[in-house]
Write a protein that binds this ligand. Structure first.
Ligand code: HSE
Length: 303
């Protein structure tokens, strides 16, 4: 029986102004053990190592993504398979848990089929499945990734930024106990924006990318401002504005809503920031818990 394991990082999308185009991988992982069982009587078996309620049939997102890879590649039937999921990325919290499943499925299918597609090709397919590139692409490639879709074709660049490592920047990933569906968090956004708001976000997303590329920590705080999604989503994340303000007072370099939320991430270097922030969050309703994470540079790997 052949077996291998796929490990995929959590991701945070947008980083403030980079709505649907900038994302970053974090050192928190989902793993899935893939076993080719050769047992034709049980074509599919799905187990959750954490006893989570995950779909155990063909609707399972990892399995559906394996299937999608086979369909897109136009290759034959899948062999009998057992998937054992070990999920550490909180679900429905804006940390790319769905993207991690899609990526795990595509990496697994690439390995099972022996097609040996490049990570770049898998990233394009993953972005097509998810509808935007800002979670799946960093989940595959690692690091901070900027992506754009032109006439249906994905172009992306992984920024080789040493900014966070050189300045010992950590991410206080503040995860609440409540969930927020991406569907709802996208529904509250307007169909149209003013030219002033469009210019605001283009300029800030560009400044953010340039600051990351040049390693300029001093511009990050200003660069993380946004007028496209965060102001509209604040109504769905109780105390979001207060949390941003408190993080700022405690010395955060910058804060943003992680993807569609409700998780909020603050960048910090002060050693006691996390402790002070957690004490503050404990005074709020919502069951907020901080994960202190670093940037993941490698993206998805087979182990
Ligand atoms: N860019 C997406 C959003 C990420 O903010 O809606 C969530 O999938």
């Amino acid at each position: 029986m052949r077996e291998f394991c796929v490990k995929v990082p959590a991701t945070t999308a947008n980083l403030g102004p980079g709505f649907d185009c900038i994302g970053m991988a974090l050192q928190l992982y989902n793993s899935v053990k893939v076993e080719l069982t050769e047992d034709k009587k049980i074509p599919l078996e799905i187990i959750s190592r954490n006893n989570f309620h995950i779909p155990a049939d063909e609707t399972n997102l990892i399995y559906a993504s394996i299937k999608r890879f086979y369909d897109e590649a136009g290759i034959g039937n899948l062999p009998p398979i057992r998937l054992t999921q070990d999920d550490k990325i909180p679900m429905t919290r804006g940390l790319g848990s769905s993207a991690a499943c899609i990526v795990a499925g595509l990496i697994a299918a690439n390995e099972i089929s022996g097609l040996k597609l490049k990570k770049e090709d898998l990233a394009a397919l993953a972005a097509k499945i998810e509808g935007h590139p800002d979670n799946c692409v960093p989940a595959i490639m690692g690091g901070v990734v900027v992506g754009a879709v032109t006439n249906g074709q994905l172009s992306f660049i992984k920024l080789y930024t040493g900014l966070f490592e050189q300045n010992n920047v950590s991410f206080a990933v503040c995860v609440p106990g409540f969930e927020l569906s991406t569907e709802l968090a996208r529904k509250v956004l307007p169909e149209k924006y003013s030219r002033a708001d469009a210019v605001f976000n283009v300029s800030h997303a560009s400044l953010l990318t340039a600051a990351l590329a040049n390693g300029d920590l001093s511009k990050l705080s200003a660069a993380m401002a946004d007028k496209i999604h965060q102001p509209y989503r604040s109504a769905l994340v109780p105390n979001m504005t207060e949390i941003f303000e408190k993080a700022n007072k405690l010395g955060a370099i910058g804060s943003f809503l992680s993807g569609a939320g409700p998780t909020i991430i603050s960048l910090f270097t002060e050693h006691d920031f996390e402790k002070k922030m957690q004490s503050y969050l404990d005074t709020l309703p919502g069951g907020w818990q901080i994960f202190n994470l670093k940037l993941d540079y490698n993206g998805a790997v087979i182990e």
